[in-house]
Design a protein around this ligand. Structure first.
Ligand code: GUN
Ligand code: ZN
Length: 438
């Protein structure tokens, strides 16, 4: 054994989804609940997982066992769409998307030219993720390269797997937030060279959305994606009806909104499109054909009055879906609150969202949407050891409700309905405890 090897051994109640699925109906048979389990990690990776009875002799000598008899241990939550510079503007009153951007968002984002300011908010943001049990996220920065450095530096401090990128935006925004097609290309290229694959960091080419990029800029973004095929593409799509009409005016030569991105080579297996509330049939087909993924952001879609995301349609069309908070249009950093609203969005469409399907979307499903399901999302041996310890009884009301829970599924459903950051007891990144509730 090398002297630098670090082990962790965790005993407790574990719940995860063992394999990715192509239909929601497959989820129950992939759900793994171990009432008395053991997880062993070595240098950040899972090396053993199973029941305590089978595993207790595998605990390395001299490793102190951490035991959580009451809590529930699940894989770390994965947020597939969030904006770190919008942390300070959650709950901005009264507008829908386009007015909300002009009134609140753009003035907020101008501040991130200042690296010191960006550092301060990036550190707050990363701590807020950890406090809410989110161990990986796909993140919008601002147009300023400084904002990207600030975020990756803050994430690196906790050894967090994070995907992020500089916003590309060369029209239809305040002057102080504009780049050019050429500077966007050069700045993004330099950031890819600096950050993509450094530690656990990964880069996303991040055009804000079609209306704020010229065709020249989207063409440069596509060129960059060709040069670096394994970086991500992260943008917004079909969130709001006025936005969609505007895209059609700005790009009359394209068949529709998604066709703009597709035309410039921005669809594909590592492309993540936030929202997709109002896709047309041919756009669903394009999402499927290109292997592109959707970030479903229920608190945002309700807060901005954007619409109801048709989750069942995504399953039917075999399009990957991750769960996103979309802070600051979204209203909570917590995936539990996000699932609470996701359930209601399905109810309003006459559909159900079960507790285990919800867990899938917050963990392995989001990992799949981010093309990280080989590395993250459950407790399979070989995966990266990012996990959280949940307290199911953080309030008096939760204690009462949990005392009546029929089984683990009912307990988890109640947790998702009522839970928030008070339920996150501890967060582990790469085998190390990085947050514990005081
Ligand atoms: N579309 C373009 N920019 C944004 C943004 O910052 N938030 C949301 N929700 N949608 C967008
Ligand atoms: Zn967004």
């Amino acid at each position: 054994m090398s002297s630098t090897t670090t082990f962790q051994a965790i005993r407790g109640r574990f719940l995860d989804i063992q394999n990715t699925v192509s239909q929601a109906s497959e989820i129950p048979s992939q759900t793994r609940y171990i009432a008395d389990g053991l997880l062993i990690t070595e240098n950040g990776k899972i090396t053993w997982f199973g029941t305590w009875e089978q595993g207790k002799n595998h605990v390395p000598v001299n490793v102190e066992l951490e035991h959580y008899p009451e809590q529930l241990i699940v894989p770390g939550f994965i947020d597939s769409h969030i904006h770190f510079p919008q942390t300070e503007m959650v709950g901005a009153y009264g507008e829908q998307l386009l007015e909300w951007l002009n009134t609140y968002t753009f003035p907020t984002e101008i501040q991130f030219k200042d690296k010191t300011y960006a550092d301060k908010i990036a550190q707050f943001f990363v701590e807020e993720l950890l406090k809410n049990g989110t161990t990986t996220a796909l993140v919008f920065c601002t147009v300023h390269p400084e904002s990207v450095d600030a975020l990756f530096e803050a994430a690196e401090h906790h050894n967090m797997r994070l995907i992020a990128g500089k916003v590309l935006m060369d029209r239809n925004a305040p002057e102080a937030l504009l780049d050019t097609a050429e500077s966007a290309y050069l700045d993004s290229k330099a950031l890819i060279e600096k950050w993509h694959g450094r530690g656990r960091a990964l880069y996303a080419i991040t055009p804000r959305f079609a209306p704020t990029s010229t065709p020249e800029q989207l063409q440069k973004a596509g060129q960059l994606k060709m040069e670096y095929p394994d970086v991500y593409v992260h943008t917004h799509l079909s969130e709001n009806k006025n936005e969609i009409a505007w895209v059609k005016e700005l790009f009359p030569e394209q068949k529709g909104y998604l066709d703009v991105y597709d035309h410039y080579g921005l669809t594909g297996n590592r492309s993540v499109f936030a929202h997709c509330v109002h896709l047309e049939e041919s756009e669903w087909d394009c999402m499927h054909k290109t292997g592109s993924a959707i970030a479903f952001c229920p608190t945002s879609n309700l807060f901005l009055g954007s619409g109801l995301f048709p989750l069942k349609k995504a399953w039917d069309k075999q399009v990957k879906v991750g769960l996103g908070t979309d802070i600051g249009a979204g209203t909570s950093f917590c995936q539990l609150q996000t699932l609470n609203e996701a359930y209601k969005v399905q109810q309003l469409q006459g559909e159900k969202l079960s507790a285990f399907e919800s867990l899938y979307h917050a963990t392995l499903g989001s990992a799949k949407a981010l093309d990280l399901d080989e590395k993250l999302g459950n407790f399979n041996v070989g995966k990266e050891a990012d996990f959280i310890v949940l307290n199911l009884k953080a309030t008096a009301l939760q204690q009462l409700r949990q005392s009546k829970a029929k089984d683990i599924e009912d307990a988890v459903f109640a947790l998702m309905t009522m839970g928030d950051d008070r339920n996150i007891h501890a967060t582990y990144i790469y085998g190390q405890k990085v947050y514990e509730q005081k």
